[in-house]
Ligand binder design. Structure first.
Ligand code: SF4
Length: 349
């Protein structure tokens, strides 16, 4: 009987020690910890800022911190470095990648881009620094529509690397599906006929987020069968068929706001990363709102999950000892052109 109680107690004491240690090290190094919305609660509790990748990088720029420890994935830490070139940026685990960004390797993207010199290249912020540098403008899931609306209708577009965000956004703006074609970088001529390519307004890079693509239209039907009055809201990285069935589609910020603004007693099934959904489930239960995942088997971002308090502590401890580990570096020319593409978005945002 006694043993489990002792184990629980020692685990929570160990966590408290770790938390105190991280807070102390952070102060010593004038560092800030940025945590993405998809991180676990124990990481978010240690963070100075919690948000999406762009918000976090911008908040970091506004602080006087010398060091940014990014509890997120590689492309986010790179964006932080691009927007904060004078600060030291660390990613506690360099293996924290992203299936979407990794599905768009820069050499392949460069070759693709060179085939379409007359197209305007819009890249979702979830891509590598190199791909950003090869793009004309960057967008996020909250401003993609606003950015595409600025582009004259006769101007053809390349949208990368998330085909779903590109298609969902284009369709919501009235661009028909037959004017969006998918370019598969591993097929001859992208797997598209020259005629279709000529007629297309938007060429979509064949990429996806492994977390959001898992949601299926059947999940929407199933949850509605179980809770007929439920609201289904999903992230635009989900498949077109899922977004079409949903009651609402929006960025992480937007999804949170929809739930926040809803009357007491509203039920939501949310198609996004499981840690965020579970946290909202707990928080909004206090307002008598039910928030559950759209898919019972749950979709976690496994790469984001690689960041642990122990990794954070290790990176900071090393820094205090004068040993810089997992430093994010972006070559100067890449940094320059990626910044140009990001700035174009920020001017419109
Ligand atoms: Fe990448 Fe998807 Fe994870 Fe976001 S949720 S970091 S897009 S794999």
């Amino acid at each position: 009987m006694l043993a489990p109680a002792q184990t629980d107690n020692s685990a929570s004491l160990a966590h408290l020690d770790l938390e105190q240690e991280i807070t102390k090290l952070k102060r010593e190094m004038n560092a800030v910890i940025l945590a993405h919305y998809y991180q676990e609660s124990e990481i978010q509790d240690l963070a100075d800022f919690v948000g999406d990748s762009l918000q976090l990088s911008q908040q970091a720029a506004a602080t006087k911190a010398d060091v940014i420890v990014f509890a997120g994935v590689l492309f986010m830490a790179e964006t932080a470095k691009i927007l904060n070139p004078a600060k030291l940026v660390l990613l506690p685990d360099l293996k924290a990648g992203c299936s979407l960004a990794d599905g768009c390797p820069a050499p392949l993207f460069k070759a693709f881009r060179e085939r379409y010199p007359d197209h305007l290249v819009i890249s979702y912020i979830n891509c590598s620094a190199e791909v950003k540098a090869l793009s004309d403008i960057i967008c996020t899931s909250s401003n993609a529509e606003k950015i595409i609306r600025q582009i004259p209708p006769e101007q053809p577009i390349v949208f990368a690397p998330d085909q779903h965000l590109g298609r969902n956004t284009a369709f919501a703006m009235g661009i028909p599906l037959d004017q969006c074609v998918v370019w598969d970088p591993f097929m001859i001529m992208g797997g598209v006929t020259p005629d279709r390519l000529r007629r297309a307004r938007v060429i979509l890079w064949k990429g996806h987020c492994s977390v959001h693509q898992r949601f299926l239209p059947e999940h929407v039907d199933k949850v509605r069968e179980r809770y007929p009055d439920i609201q289904v809201i999903v992230h635009p990285e989900c498949r077109f068929e899922v977004c079409q069935k949903a009651d609402g589609v929006g960025s992480t910020e937007r999804l949170i706001k929809i739930i926040k603004d809803a009357p007491r007693g509203t039920k939501f099934a949310v198609g996004t990363e499981i840690h965020l959904v579970n946290r909202m489930g707990k928080e909004f239960a206090e307002e008598d709102k039910m928030v559950i995942t759209l898919d019972d088997s749950g979709c976690l971002c496994t790469t984001m999950f690689r960041i642990s308090p122990q990794h954070l502590c290790w990176a900071l401890e090393n820094l205090v000892e004068g040993n810089v580990v997992n430093r994010i570096q972006v070559p100067e020319d890449v940094k320059h052109w990626a910044h140009v593409a990001l700035d174009r978005m920020l001017e419109i945002h």
